[in-house]
Write a protein that binds this ligand. Structure first.
Ligand code: IDP
Ligand code: MG
Length: 153
């Protein structure tokens, strides 16, 4: 079996406003990734800047901070073999018009600045981002009866 990983997913404000929050989580769950942490929260400016620190100084940064703080979001942690890559693939390319059909962005979005969802881009990013959004909150390590039918245990 491939390496077990955890990844951070954010359902962004546009998806929440459009009533797509649980659809976005459902696609991860249906793929076989296991939810081990879920929160609904309002991101403030400080949290937005911490999470998106790598983009500070880019022309879209101020708009990105406004966007991610504009409405409550869902932060979720999913676990599975190759969870980071699997979640990125299900999310689709950053620009929705370049995202493959069948992906969340390819099926549900049209604008790069309203692209519905965030997913960690590497195991190291995932660890950093989970630390930001689930600071002091234990994640659930729970066995699922279907795990052996989904993962090569
Ligand atoms: P990712 O979300 O696919 O990992 P990143 O390059 O990490 O893409 O960018 C983070 C987020 O910043 C994107 O999801 C998108 O919301 C926003 N963003 C990136 N590039 C642009 C842009 O050129 N215009 C507007 N927003 C952008
Ligand atoms: Mg990114």
């Amino acid at each position: 079996m491939a390496e077990m990983e955890r990844t951070l997913i954010l359902v962004k404000p546009d998806a929440m406003q459009r009533g797509l929050g649980f659809e976005i989580l459902r696609r991860r769950e249906a793929r076989g990734l296991k939810p081990v942490g879920v929160r609904l929260l309002q991101v403030d400016e400080a949290l937005a800047k911490r999470h998106y620190g790598e983009h500070e100084g880019k022309p879209f940064f101020a708009g990105l901070v406004d966007y991610i703080t504009s409405s409550p979001i869902i932060a979720a942690v999913f676990e599975g073999p190759n969870a980071v890559a699997a979640a990125r693939q299900t999310m689709g390319s950053t620009r929705p018009t370049e995202a493959a059909p069948g992906t969340i962005r390819g099926d549900l979005g049209v604008e790069i600045g309203r692209n519905l969802v965030h997913g960690s881009d590497s195991p190291a990013s995932a660890e950093r981002e989970i630390g930001i959004f689930f600071e002091g909150q234990p994640l659930a390590a729970w066995p699922r009866d279907v795990d052996r039918w989904t993962f090569e245990l």
